[in-house]
Design a protein around this ligand. Structure first.
Ligand SMILES: NC(=O)c1ccc[n+]([C@@H]2O[C@H](COP(=O)([O-])OP(=O)(O)OC[C@H]3O[C@@H](n4cnc5c(N)ncnc54)[C@H](OP(=O)(O)O)[C@@H]3O)[C@@H](O)[C@H]2O)c1
Length: 322
């Protein structure tokens, strides 16, 4: 793998100079930019419609389909204006560590200058036959090695947005977050995000470092953590709902509670999935969505949702569903 390259054109700029430079990198004129842009950490401008990469790999560590078609899908996402990709070192880590990160590198390197690749460390995963075995490891030394491995696999000198994937109950959260702070000072990560956190954990992280993104589960049927969303909005922290469509295991499309929302979607001549994404985008200006798919037609439909506009009455109707 080639190293010393970087998204955002930062490879030749030392971290101190990068911190001082405000990067304008969004592409507001593209389909993914139809819902507007957001400045992550105040200096990385992304279109609010992004892409989650889990579905490109299987839970037991294989590329989830024809690699050529999936590479084409990633490139199609970029062509449509996606410039925020969400990944994690454990995606696809059944047999090969960091398969999804490797796949992103294979498909997109050299990266477009405006691409913000977000990745995560702190979970562990292995395949035991067809069974995915999940774990968590928030020890500082583990997070450091995970971050350094992600840097190599992605071919980056600096990860634009690096999350701790989830708090480890066996390790004080302060210690895990403190290590991310050190990695940031060393220039290995530009911005810090947290995921799967409650309000107390978020406050702990914020007392130690500047947190620029929170990634928690949130969708039309799963609205826990409204207090965290409100805090993010007040403080201009990106709120990135994972499983915006319910996820692989519980897709919202099959949920009987959403019959009325399906009717509203039909009235508006959009799909239920598109309406669910449009609702998230309209819910808060701090919300960035990262729907995942391995199908190009779904990718195109999802990105088209960025241009759907909802009235206040429609928002209230959707708020009551689920
Ligand atoms: N931080 C965390 O702990 C965490 C946890 C989970 C996920 N994530 C991140 O969040 C991203 C999104 O979450 P997710 O993958 O759990 O779930 P999701 O985006 O809510 O849903 C993905 C599922 O929806 C289907 N889908 C997508 N577009 C569709 C469309 N237009 N019509 C019908 N079905 C559609 C996909 O199947 P097809 O392939 O058939 O389209 C896939 O099975 C992930 O890729 C990952 O980056 C983070």
């Amino acid at each position: 793998m080639i190293q010393g390259c970087a998204a955002l054109g930062v490879a030749t700029v030392p971290p101190s100079a990068m911190a001082a430079r405000k990067l304008r990198v969004g592409r507001p004129g593209t389909p993914a930019g139809a819902a507007g842009t957001f400045w992550i950490g105040g200096d990385l401008q992304v279109n609010r419609m992004g892409f989650g990469t889990t579905d490109l790999v299987s839970t037991t560590g294989m590329v989830a389909g024809d690699p050529a078609q999936l590479r084409a899908l990633l490139r199609r996402a970029i062509d449509l204006g996606v410039n925020h990709l969400d990944c994690a070192d454990v995606y696809g880590s059944g047999q090969v560590d960091g398969l999804c990160e490797r796949f992103i590198y294979d498909a997109l390197y050299p990266y477009p200058r405006d691409l913000v690749i977000a990745t995560k460390g702190g979970q562990t995963r292995r395949a035991d036959g067809n069974v995915e075995v999940k774990g968590v490891d928030g020890r500082p030394e583990y997070l450091r090695s995970a971050c350094e491995a992600s840097l190599k696999r992605l071919g980056l000198e600096q990860i634009p947005l690096y999350y701790i994937h989830q708090p480890d109950p066996a390790v004080p959260y302060e210690e895990s977050i403190g290590e991310l702070g050190k990695l940031q000072k060393e220039g290995k990560i530009r911005h810090i995000g947290v995921s799967n956190v409650d309000a107390t954990q978020l406050a702990t992280a914020q007392s130690l470092v500047k947190v620029v993104a929170v990634q928690n589960r949130y969708n039309v049927l799963s609205k826990q953590g409204e207090d965290i969303l409100a805090k993010c909005e007040r403080e201009h922290v990106a709120f990135i709902p994972f499983s915006p469509l319910g996820g692989r295991l519980a897709p919202i499309g099959g949920d009987a509670r959403l019959a009325a929302m399906k009717a509203l979607a039909a009235d508006k001549q959009v799909s239920l999935v598109q309406l669910a994404l449009a609702w998230l985008l309209a819910r808060s200006p701090t919300m960035l969505v990262i729907p995942g798919t391995a199908k190009v037609e779904h990718l195109e439909d999802n990105i088209a949702a960025a241009k759907i506009r909802l009235t206040a009455t429609e928002m209230q109707r959707i708020d009551r569903f689920g």
